[in-house]
Design a protein around this ligand. Sequence first.
Ligand code: ADP
Ligand code: MG
Length: 383
Amino acid sequence: KVSMGTKKTDEEAEVCGDLGSRIMVFVRLRPMGKKEEEAGARSCVRIVNKRDIYLTEFASEMDYLRLKRVRGRHFCFDASFPESTTQQVVYSTTTAELVEGVLQGRNGSVFCYGATGAGKTYTMLGTLENPGVMVLAIKDLFAKIRQRSFEGKHSVLLSYLEVYNETVVDLLSPGRPLVLREDKQGITAAGLTQYRAYSTNEVMQLLQQGNQNRTTEPTRVNETSSRSHAILQVIAEYQVKDSNMTATRVGKLSLIDLAGSERALATDQRSQRSIEGANINRSLLALSSCINALVEGKKHIPYRNSKLTQLLKDSLGGPCHTVMIANISPSNLSFNETQNTLHWADRAKEIRTKACTANEAVPLPESETNQTKLLLELQKENS
Ligand code: ADP
Ligand code: MG
């Protein structure tokens, strides 16, 4: 069912109001890793009823015998995914509805937040055998377009970019850092590649290649820690028709794999990496400040404080469906990080966003080929 114009049916308005009014927050618990098992880690997270999370701090054996109790905390989210949850279930619970929204001309965004090693990249990108949210979303988008589209009257454009050390880099065509530019449409990275995707098959390879271009630096805390934020933007353009007009709908989905949320400054105080750490903190800190300001209903939201928040401006407080997936490890050795992540996620539940609206449909004369026109417009915007 495709609706025309920006007027919504009651049913749509209801769904929209619900989703648009606050951020949906999910938590995904990953299985215990081999290294953790070898280190004698115990699970300190318990998920009950697919929503409630109990976090337990194991004191040392001695403390436990003396105090006869452990400290614990309880959290509750829109859904909490236990270790065994499949990629498909994570996708359909968190993101499928946003993909549907994109085809109604609305914007949506999904963030993965959590410490390094907590499962953010697995959730977003996944592996060839178990593709993650990014790939499943694009697959679903193509399937949905195929179901209702007129042959050829649609396009899916992908951009994949990284914010690292307060610079923005194009992951599909790495080179000089990109400059952020603000216009009526919001903030865009000038010159960013927009890859036109035709099928799901090519997408996984494209994204994996892009991920290889991500900046990873060995640090003392974790050798493979990913210290950059990766943002995939999927722009779907879709033609809708009724008896007397043809219009083009455009919806944007942003999928964001944030850098590790552990305190970056703790890794290396003296070298280049501490500057980098400060900048990672700056982006995540700025994100937290924006979240706090949004929660408190402040008029001024400090988006300008970092590149990340500038890029995410229309995904946080704007008219956008926003989903947060907090990734956590079960290991008691990561207790502090897990507690921080859950605390942050708990806070994010309070964010109220503007009611979401569909992007204005752009009516075009029948003779125009919409794709060419849109592509030209987008290229103009980004050049
Ligand atoms: P992050 O991106 O948060 O640093 P990763 O996604 O790289 O963490 O995950 C760390 C490790 O745990 C990887 O080897 C990954 O394959 C594995 N892993 C994470 N989540 C899951 C999961 N849900 N199921 C199986 N393995 C997982
Ligand atoms: Mg990662």
